[in-house]
Write a protein that binds this ligand. Sequence first.
Ligand code: MTE
Length: 298
Amino acid sequence: MIPIPTSRITSEQDFRNRRKIIGAGLSAMAAMACNGPLLAADSNAPELLEPTPLKTINSYNNYYEFGFDKSDPSEAEQTLITSPWSVEITGAGADKKGVYDLADIYGEFAIESHVHRFRCVEAWSMVVPWNGIPLHKVIAAAQPNSRAKYVRFTTVNDATQMPNANWAGGPYTEGLTIAEVMNPLALLATGIYDQPLEQQTGAPIRLVLPWKYGFKYAKSIVRIELVEDMPKTTWWQQNSREYGFYANVSPHHNHPRWSQKTERVIGGFGRQRTQIYNGYAEEVAHLYGALEDRKYFY
Ligand code: MTE
């Protein structure tokens, strides 16, 4: 169980009524360039993010190890055992390797709350109030050395607990550069709405990378490796023409089979414009080269 003091638990209703205001990091320039008339006249004003209802977040899921339909993962809680759970931190780039019980990780790092836009490569979006540990804190604890150029994340792949395990020919893996993992926006999420993650949303621990497409958000992580070479990620291996390593959100770079200019708001009405880096340009654009370099945006 996630150690969230009961005094800190906010009801979903209260949370929604507060209409969370967060500094979403839009520079005035990026706002004007990317959002046009959809933004308020004063583009320096903090952005209002209306979180998607918990029920919706927990019932519209991609977790292919449990099936290919959005509703299939809701069966996951019946089979996937998430406690006890351990995460191995290893690789040539880590001076401090180890296998850590998640309960010990919770004891070591404070759980923070972050409300973020969530954009799937399938051109739909939500707003999710996550709880979790900033990824850079966990990576720093592994004492990265000069060989730590990338980080590979491996998720659980157990045919006795997952009806569609091995759909990708092995475990679901994801990867980031060392600069990306050190960015304060990157989170190892443990909860949503101050409640533990459910199996379908990646319990007990998953990635959250608000400026990237959702397929980068590896669920139910069991291993974190600090490595020298760029990892071959699951979706890149499935279709390298459509799903690249970086997968940063962009309205200017369409998926080969559909437009990325707009996104369908799950639990909302209609579509809204896609924002470059999903609205987090100020925080992350410096990590990348020229904006027109396609390799960062597919
Ligand atoms: N992680 C694993 N292990 N297996 C998956 O199929 N799907 C990815 C990502 N993480 C996936 C995964 C995709 S495509 C998306 S869009 C997000 O999880 C969906 O997260 P959500 O179900 O919480 O919305």
